[in-house]
Design a protein around this ligand. Structure first.
Ligand SMILES: [Zn+2]
Length: 70
């Protein structure tokens, strides 16, 4: 079971639309467009949270510049 999903956003990316992986596992009961999760992350934020329409937690991470990877 998927507890949480993680989405990685590049330095210039403020939003994303991706399918929810947990919903993909249940997709026989869902229309394809309802799998998509739309999330936004402020340019100065390193991490953010959103949920899909079914309430699965999705964590958004800001990818820093390559030289400052931890
Ligand atoms: Zn979901």
């Amino acid at each position: 079971m998927i507890e949480r999903q993680h989405v990685w956003l590049g330095p210039e990316t403020a939003s994303f639309d991706e399918p929810c992986e947990a919903c993909l596992l249940l997709r026989e009961s869902l229309a394809a467009e309802s799998l998509l999760v739309h999330g936004t992350l402020r340019p100065d934020a390193d991490v953010g949270f959103t949920t899909c329409r079914r309430g699965h937690r999705i964590v958004m991470h800001r990818i820093a510049r390559p030289l400052v990877l931890h």
